[in-house]
Design a protein around this ligand. Structure first.
Ligand SMILES: Cc1cc2nc3c(=O)[nH]c(=O)nc-3n(C[C@H](O)[C@H](O)[C@H](O)COP(=O)(O)O)c2cc1C
Length: 214
């Protein structure tokens, strides 16, 4: 019975697939205050992720303070200007063109809230530094679970990776043993702005059976 349910759930017409397939990155948000308790609950879900040797090497900063957000935007846009006008290869800029992104990052001050994710190289246990294992892989899994939880809770999101991101340690006063991983802008999409017209790979392009087929 369990196996049958699992197979049905993996079908393209399953409710769960349909809901996850409807997730889209949005870059323009309404200035609405989100339900912070609902966001905290999603962070709780992220904290159940598997991790290397159970080191749980993640930290989530839930940022709503307007002055801090203005500082984050200023610092991020400084880096983004460098990226768009100097550092980015022409190939990268071509690949980004369909997304219509530029150095301006209004979501940092306009989305309901920001979750800044850090990946920890060490945990502090009783004043002792304990190494974390596979921190980036573990944090990536936790962020995947966070995005799933936020989407299922009805939030819209943008995954933002300014490069470099060291300004996040400075502004959020996080130790250097925590590596900034990404910023997740969370809120409600401004539906007057169209989403980029992009597609996803078909199942046959991302998997292959090496045994029986269902
Ligand atoms: C690791 C990662 C980094 C990303 N960085 C950015 C970013 O810095 N700026 C941005 O506008 N979108 C960023 N995105 C969003 C992607 O462009 C987006 O997920 C992709 O175009 C697919 O669109 P979809 O999420 O609507 O399916 C990032 C996504 C991931 C997973």
């Amino acid at each position: 019975m369990l196996a049958l349910t699992a197979i049905n759930e993996s079908r393209a017409d399953s409710d769960f697939f349909k809901r996850m397939n409807a997730r889209r990155t949005c870059r323009h948000f309404k200035s609405e205050t989100p339900d912070l308790n609902a966001i905290v609950n999603c962070i709780r879900v992220a904290g159940t992720a598997p991790s290397g040797a159970n080191s749980q090497p993640w930290f989530f900063a839930l940022v709503t303070d307007p002055r801090l957000r203005a500082d984050l935007r200023q610092a991020a846009e400084n880096e983004e200007k460098e990226f768009y006008f100097k550092r980015a290869s022409s190939e990268f800029l071509q690949d980004l063109a369909i997304l219509k992104t530029n150095w301006q990052k209004p979501h940092l001050t306009e989305a309901g809230a920001l979750i800044v994710v850090f990946s920890k190289t060490f945990n502090e246990v009783a004043n002792e530094k304990k190494r974390c294992y596979y921190p980036r892989e573990s944090t990536g899994i936790a962020v995947g679970m966070l995005i799933t939880a936020l989407h299922m809770a009805g939030f819209d999101m943008l995954t933002h990776t300014p490069s470099p991101m060291n300004f996040l340690n400075e502004l959020l006063e996080r130790p250097t043993t925590e590596k900034p991983f990404l910023i997740l802008a969370v809120g409600a999409r401004d539906r007057s702005v169209a989403l980029p017209d992009i597609s996803r790979k078909q199942l046959s392009g991302i998997m292959k059976f090496y045994g029986v087929e269902p």
